[in-house]
Ligand binder design. Sequence first.
Ligand SMILES: CC(C)(COP(=O)(O)OP(=O)(O)OC[C@H]1O[C@@H](n2cnc3c(N)ncnc32)[C@H](O)[C@@H]1OP(=O)(O)O)[C@@H](O)C(=O)NCCC(=O)NCCS
Length: 311
Amino acid sequence: MVIEVREARRSDIREIIRIRQAVTPHLATTERRLSAILESANGKSIRQLVASVGRRVVGEALLGVVATSGGMCAAFGNPHVDPDFENRGVGTALAQRVYGYAIVGHAHELHAWVNDSAHATAFAQSHGYVRRRQAKIQRLELSKFNNLSSGLPLGYEIHRALDVGGMEHAIYSAEAKAIADEPGEFIRQGLSFSDWLVTVWNMSLSELSLSSIVTYGSQVVGASYLECDDRGVCASGSTWTDPDHRNQGIAMAAKESALLRAKGHGYSMAYTSNDGRNAAMRRINHRLGYEHFRDEWRYSLKIEANVGSNV
Ligand SMILES: CC(C)(COP(=O)(O)OP(=O)(O)OC[C@H]1O[C@@H](n2cnc3c(N)ncnc32)[C@H](O)[C@@H]1OP(=O)(O)O)[C@@H](O)C(=O)NCCC(=O)NCCS
């Protein structure tokens, strides 16, 4: 079987979505978002690959390289293989290409999310990846979801992201400050405002009508983003609160309001994923009624060719 790994084209988008939904049903991927990735000016740091056998697309991987603290770079890349084509070398072909891009991008480490299945974790380990942290994936049936929280303390206001035009730079700055202590392998540095607009804000444009932004006076202090697809599924993007405004119910209210809007728009299922150690976010998701769906593991691989060299 000859496997070709190449950069994705627009004509591959439906197949990429089919495979991603089969392997990671908790992610919401839309044609519009994939088109934006393929066309993005950011295309050199984010790439969408496909593996094909003849004319059939049998695997896909989204990968990227980001600048981290100390002048270093980290890469991420998750190979997903069509379940009908497992155990035929497709994952290996994708993983090797991802590794090659990580070397060229001067990354010191490569990270991947891996399903908590014997097959997927054995695959990661056989390619030299080491297990790191656990993510808890949870889901919530929106038809059963109702108003829960007692709202926000005096002075705070919730807005739809769609209604805060002109505040994008304030949101970008507040987000960078708030997510700095989110559990993870690295602190992302140097995400410029223009890159943030492309990769975070504009790519989720259709969901700005659902996502929430919280303000205190003229200051942006919190947010909860949703990404939704045409299966009726919404996936939580980032939820964050400025460190000076935490433990007052801001994140709970922001996420709840976004989910209520999603329910009102007819979406049926919401998924969320959070680090097993993020006690505050786990508490919020528990209160919102999310139930365990599956676990994932973060696996990491040192890029020997780049270890010891700062870019
Ligand atoms: C996680 C985060 C969004 C919470 O924001 P917040 O506005 O403080 O959250 P809320 O006040 O709405 O709710 C926090 C809940 O967690 C509880 N909590 C806080 N710290 C806790 C801890 N260490 N152990 C257990 N529960 C904790 C609070 O008591 C509260 O629950 P309660 O309302 O039932 O009392 C915020 O800490 C943050 O921005 N972190 C960095 C980004 C991040 O990790 N985002 C999540 C990505 S999945």
